[in-house]
Design a protein around this ligand. Structure first.
Ligand code: SF4
Ligand code: SF4
Length: 346
């Protein structure tokens, strides 16, 4: 990793240059809640002023740009005794500016499944390879727990990573693409003062998050498999699936095929799914392996914090608490873990 600093005014110039030719996506304020808090989403922007790099959170994660809610995998046509198949991958480069560490960590976790494991997805990989990522540090939010799952810092998965030091950014450069982009702009070597200021910001951010001890969660989940905690929380669940839709790491999906009446054309599409939906584990003969909300809710937590950890040595969850914020039933990971820990005597 290489470190430099860049004046914020110079970074603005960099983004404005990008906007002349490239697709730029970033956190954009789209409204306000009743309590006056801003609502942000990752959206394409047309000017630097539309970017709000001091945002707290986006409602949806950056996942939607790599694993869209719905996408066409292939189309086919049959004519003159010939099949024609159409498959589209993303080849056009784009820039995503302003991802927090948890959202970059979420992409790194998705990479393990969708870019490297037994069945890599060329659709996902094409989007990852063609997206230039600029991350940014932020003060901890009152309800996130990224530190407890090791997702509050990030050392890979981005080209550039910014930490605000007043009128300048401390820039961590992590790729040739990042270095080459910066070459055209006025950047500076890091001074002792910059390093001290950077470390102070990092310390403040680390100290600002509410402590939550999750280090023994995989074992606790094994021990509390039959705990009444699952029934208590499960009976509140509305089976709406919103938690998985906003989650930056939930990747379960269903595939469907549409064939024309004449059989001469059709398409295959993929749509994100949620293990909290009633029919998620339903198989032929209408047998449902997880017929009640408690087992479905439990399954989501076991996948995020038990199964994924066993396979990839870190939880799938990055502690953003988007699932907790969107849930109309008030179900959220810290509350469930507190109850499990209380049940287990922790
Ligand atoms: S946990 Fe909450 S958001 Fe998720 S399916 Fe249940 S009610 Fe919906
Ligand atoms: S806190 Fe919830 S939404 Fe965020 S990564 Fe974990 S499971 Fe997904």
């Amino acid at each position: 990793m290489l470190f430099k600093t860049i004046a914020k005014s110079e970074f603005k110039r960099l983004v404005e240059d990008l906007l002349k030719e490239e697709e730029v996506i970033g956190p954009k304020k789209i409204g306000e809640r009743e309590d006056g808090k801003a609502i942000h989403q990752f959206l394409p922007v047309q000017s630097y002023g539309e970017l709000d790099l001091e945002y707290g959170r986006t409602e949806y994660s950056a996942k939607t740009y790599f694993l869209p809610y719905k996408e066409t995998l292939s189309k086919y046509k049959f004519s003159n005794d010939n099949w024609q198949q159409e498959i589209e991958y993303r080849l056009k480069p784009r820039f995503m500016i302003g991802l927090h560490a948890c959202d970059i960590n979420a992409l790194l976790r998705l990479d393990k499944v969708l870019a490297r494991d037994s069945y890599p997805s060329p659709y996902y990989i094409s989007r990852r390879r063609n997206t230039f990522i600029v991350g940014i540090d932020h003060p901890p939010l009152e309800d996130c727990f990224c530190r407890a799952v090791g997702a509050d810092v990030v050392t890979q998965g981005f080209e550039l990573y910014l930490t605000s030091l007043g009128d300048r950014y401390f820039v961590s450069i992590n790729s040739d693409r990042g270095f080459n982009l910066l070459k055209k702009y006025a950047i500076h070597d890091v001074t002792d003062e910059d390093t001290q200021a950077y470390l102070e910001v990092r310390r403040e951010h680390a100290a600002g998050q509410k402590p939550l001890n999750l280090h023994d969660i995989p074992n606790l989940l094994d021990i509390e498999f039959y705990s009444d905690v699952w029934r208590q929380w499960g009976q509140k669940c509305l089976n709406c699936g919103s938690c998985a839709m906003v989650c930056p790491t939930c990747y379960c999906y269903g595939v469907s095929e549409r064939v024309s009446m004449g059989g001469d054309e059709g398409e295959k599409s993929r749509q994100l799914y949620s293990c909290n939906l009633k029919d998620f584990a339903c198989v032929a003969g209408n047998h449902n392996f997880r017929p009640d909300p408690a087992t479905r809710l439990k399954y989501r937590y076991y996948h995020q914090h038990r199964g994924f950890t066993e396979t990839f040595e870190s939880p799938l969850c990055v502690g953003c608490n988007r699932c907790g914020r969107v849930c109309l039933a008030g179900i959220n990971p810290p509350a469930i873990f507190n109850d499990l820990q209380a049940e287990g005597g922790a």
